[in-house]
Design a binder for this molecule. Structure first.
Ligand SMILES: [Zn+2]
Length: 125
């Protein structure tokens, strides 16, 4: 089957090894895609394990969110990381109570002890 993250790759060749802990994300975009797949498969452990700093502090507020069905991912920008810092701008599509929505986010990533984490996002203007 094709991966949840809309990469066009097979799940087993894309996000599955990351979600199963068989290997780590090599770049912000890989981590971002795997986190989307984790949301799509309700893999809360993976979602929690890949957050640090401000993102990890803010995670409580998401705990009681209503269930959504993740329906697709569009990557708008994923420039090469600068040192230990990276960013990805994306639109995630989802349905909630039968209605279609999409959310755009400018996510920030940081490499800490050799491992990429989602750390924060840029507030929309
Ligand atoms: Zn994937």
């Amino acid at each position: 089957m094709k991966c949840y993250c809309c990469s066009g790759l097979d799940y087993s060749q894309c996000c599955e090894p990351l979600l199963k802990g068989q290997r780590q994300a090599n770049s912000p975009i890989e981590l971002m895609r795997s986190r989307y797949s984790a949301f799509a498969t309700n893999n809360n452990n993976y979602i929690n394990q890949t957050m640090a700093k401000k993102a990890a502090i803010n995670q409580e507020s998401n705990a009681n969110s209503p269930p959504v069905h993740w329906a697709g991912l569009d990557i708008l920008q994923s420039p090469p990381p600068r040192g230990d810092h990276g960013e990805v701008v994306f639109i995630a599509h989802y349905t909630l109570n039968g209605k279609k929505y999409s959310m755009q986010e400018h996510s920030l990533f940081e490499k800490i002890s050799g491992k990429w984490f989602y750390v924060d996002y840029v507030e929309p203007h």
